[in-house]
Design a protein around this ligand. Structure first.
Ligand code: SF4
Length: 294
């Protein structure tokens, strides 16, 4: 099949809410004055109008320059500019000001730091907890080594998310500096270190993977005890990124959701516009009920 070039021919089921509602403007203003980055903006997320109107955003810590250059990602890659030790405090202040009940924190990759930035992640969790103890915190972490993973887990996030992003066969071409098996191992180690920790992962589809390969990846994630799953359509951020191979229909997404549930995930969010942090609060609360009542 020939790759689809660009996004001028998005299928009709891609309907996004345009930013500009009152909630979205308020949040935008608060964020603009916060000296923080959001993945919503940096990754050109199509859900920004919807999420910001709902008062939710995903913060991107450790700067806005990534040491990797994954072929699907819009975040700028290059040499990061030092470490901002005040960032956790600033983030906590902003989360309190917005009054978030559910906060998602992710970061660029910081392969230049010995702990990959895990210390700052842990500080962000602790500082938010000091100011807003009732706020649930989900961290979407890079592939930290053991030491970094321990640091983050000790700070007790509510959800530990690490995206595998794609299937084994094409993984290396999409994430040249990542490792499929290491990502699985990381999720497994989380459960070994803290069996009660809710784990989450996500994949993008439309990158030339086959249906069977997706199911294989879902099974691999379940084999390491992953609880929550997101599946969304890959959209090409620019002509310099890997092309879209095909669009999955809403029907196919609902079949993938069923497959995920059949494999034992506690919750599966699957849809063309689903992203790792899309409606993460709803996914967490649905999963918490299942975990609480069996
Ligand atoms: S899906 Fe996540 S990254 Fe996209 S706008 Fe919503 S919160 Fe931000």
């Amino acid at each position: 099949m020939r790759p689809i070039d660009g996004q001028s021919r998005l299928p009709h089921w891609f309907k996004v809410r345009m930013p500009g509602g009152p909630g979205s403007i308020r949040l935008g203003n608060l964020l603009r004055n916060s000296e923080l980055h959001t993945v919503c903006e940096e990754a050109h997320c199509p859900n920004i109008g919807d999420c910001w109107e709902r008062g939710t955003a995903t913060f991107m810590i450790l700067g806005d320059i990534c040491t990797r250059a994954c072929r699907y990602c819009a975040v700028t890659s290059g040499k990061p500019l030092g470490l901002d030790l005040d960032e956790p405090q600033r983030l906590a202040r902003t989360v309190e000001r917005i009054g978030l009940r559910y906060c998602v924190i992710t970061s660029v990759n910081r392969d230049d730091l010995p702990d990959g930035g895990a210390f700052i992640f842990a500080q962000c969790i602790l500082k938010i907890r000091e100011r807003l103890p009732e706020c649930k915190i989900e961290v979407l972490i890079p592939d930290f080594q053991e030491h970094g993973l321990r640091l983050v887990l000790r700070a007790r996030p509510d959800v530990l998310n690490h995206n595998i992003e794609t299937v084994r066969r094409i993984f290396h071409g999409i994430r040249p500096k990542g490792d499929y098996d290491y990502s699985l191992k990381l999720l497994q180690r989380v459960k070994e270190m803290n069996p009660a920790m809710v784990t989450k992962s996500g994949i993008m589809v439309g990158l030339s993977e086959s249906w069977d390969e997706i199911l294989e990846t879902l099974a691999d994630l379940r084999a390491v005890g992953c609880d929550l799953l997101t599946i969304g359509q890959y959209l090409r951020p620019s002509q310099n990124h890997v092309a879209i191979h095909r669009f999955y229909t809403p029907q196919e997404f609902s079949e993938l959701r069923e497959e995920g549930l059949r494999l034992g995930f506690r919750h599966v969010a699957a849809g063309p516009l689903v992203r790792s942090s899309y409606h993460a609060d709803e996914q967490h609360s649905a999963a918490s009920q299942i975990l609480a009542y069996g």
